[in-house]
Ligand binder design. Structure first.
Ligand code: CDP
Length: 215
């Protein structure tokens, strides 16, 4: 496999993480969930009692260790919000940029996040923008966190939180969440994870780097 870089961007709980893991496994490529970088920065800021919105978090970003990304407390609701807030700080994004580029330098990668196709790898070989309605994303996130279906009230609360985070991610001045012009849109509302993977594999198979390899 030639070093292929696949960028997968999209809003919270759209299914990009699930797709990225499966795609990387199928293609034998390294995978980086870039959201974990921002989650780890947010988590460490909370542990240090600092304000994720008002305090500069770039020192935390600069000293992130690989073990910080393996913490088991990164996927909690308070960290969802903390991650979004530190991710809106330009100095934090700058501190994490080279680390993300280095990750893919040797062997290519599947990278998922918000700005991979627009800022981290604007020249990525393949760009996918994975999205779903806020309702579907709220249901999925609830099932992921609790293992069972939410009530109507729980859906509406989670939907409001997801929409608030979408707003912070899309409205920030630096590297906002947006679909790159050349990204292929995959709407996952009515697709199973296997169907999303099949669609992505089909897109990858038609890429010139892959067809040249199979000749
Ligand atoms: O899993 P989920 O989609 O909810 O979030 P995530 O991918 O773990 O990302 C957590 C937060 O980090 C997002 O809400 C963004 O604010 C931020 N993020 C970002 O700004 N840029 C990225 N490349 C990845 C995540």
């Amino acid at each position: 496999m030639k070093a292929l870089i696949i960028a997968i961007d999209g809003p919270a709980a759209a299914g990009k993480g699930t797709l990225a893991v499966a795609l990387a496994q199928h293609l034998g490529l390294p995978h980086l969930d870039t959201g974990l970088l921002y989650r780890a920065v947010g988590r460490l800021m909370l542990l240090e009692g600092r304000d994720c919105e008002g305090d500069d978090a770039s020192d935390v970003a600069a000293r992130l260790q690989p073990s910080d990304l393996k913490r088991d407390d990164l996927r909690l609701p308070e960290v969802d919000r903390a991650a979004s807030l530190v991710a809106a700080q330009p100095a934090v994004r700058a501190a994490l940029l080279q680390r993300q580029r280095d990750f893919a330098a040797a062997h290519g990668a599947v990278m998922d996040g918000r700005d991979i196709g627009t800022a981290v790898f604007p020249d990525a070989d393949i760009k996918l923008f994975v999205t779903a309605s806020a309702h579907a994303r709220a249901v999925r996130r609830y099932q992921q966190y609790h293992g069972h279906d939410p009530s109507a009230a729980e859906i509406s609360q989670l939907k409001a939180e997801i929409e608030a985070r979408d707003h912070i991610d899309s409205a920030r001045s630096v590297s906002p969440l947006k679909r790159a012009e050349d990204a292929i849109l995959i709407e996952t509302d009515d697709l199973t994870p296997d169907q999303v993977l099949a669609r992505a594999l089909d897109i990858v198979a038609r890429h010139p780097k892959m067809t040249a390899e199979n000749r």
